[in-house]
Design a protein around this ligand. Structure first.
Ligand code: ADP
Length: 169
């Protein structure tokens, strides 16, 4: 039976830390489904379509990676994919606290679900989507932390936001 790992996240935006988890995941599982959580109540920098476009472009040549999105309960979505494996990454103790709560909640909703954690590699431990947005909005370079495509899109978007914020009322 094909072992499919579901790697859900906001990916707002995709970072080299996420990519590292996906690539390592493909060495363990037959397929990794990278799926964008479409949560209308959560304000994101990139739209769902933009995040999907970045993911599809980044993993274009990865035959074991599928890009998708979901809304609603993760456990229901996992069922529609026909998998009981959730893949998540861990960087810090605060990640652990959050991830443990989520894993236990998902397990209580769907007892057959197993969350598999992959510990970050040292080069990626400091990388987070929010840190990258802060660095780029302050004029710094995030080239080591995100693919080139993401840095370009992020710079354009954050500069536009900045200009709009400065417009007199
Ligand atoms: P979410 O909003 O669901 O936490 P994220 O896009 O922030 O979505 O992260 C998705 C998953 O990737 C989470 O499990 C997170 O801990 C993990 N992750 C994010 N950045 C890294 C990194 N640099 N190294 C390892 N795991 C990471």
């Amino acid at each position: 039976m094909k072992r499919i790992a579901l790697y859900p996240g906001s990916f707002d935006p995709l970072t080299r830390g996420h990519i590292n988890i996906v690539e390592r995941g493909t060495r363990i599982f037959d397929e990794v489904v990278v799926s964008v959580a479409h949560n209308l109540s959560k304000k994101t920098t990139f739209t769902l379509e933009e995040r999907l476009e970045i993911l599809k472009e980044t993993f274009r040549d990865h035959s074991k990676v599928r890009v998708d999105y979901f809304d609603g309960l993760l456990v229901n979505y996992a069922r529609t994919l026909g998998t009981n494996i959730l893949l998540r990454g861990l960087r810090t103790v605060s990640d652990f606290e959050y991830e443990l709560r989520m894993a236990l909640a998902n397990k209580s909703l769907s007892p057959e679900l197993e969350t598999v954690f992959m510990v970050t590699e040292s080069d990626y431990g400091h990388i987070s989507s929010s840190l990258i947005k802060e660095i780029v909005s302050l004029g710094g370079s995030a080239a080591d932390m995100v693919p080139k495509l993401v840095e370009e899109k992020l710079r354009g978007k954050l500069l536009r936001n900045l200009r709009e914020a400065k417009q007199p009322l």
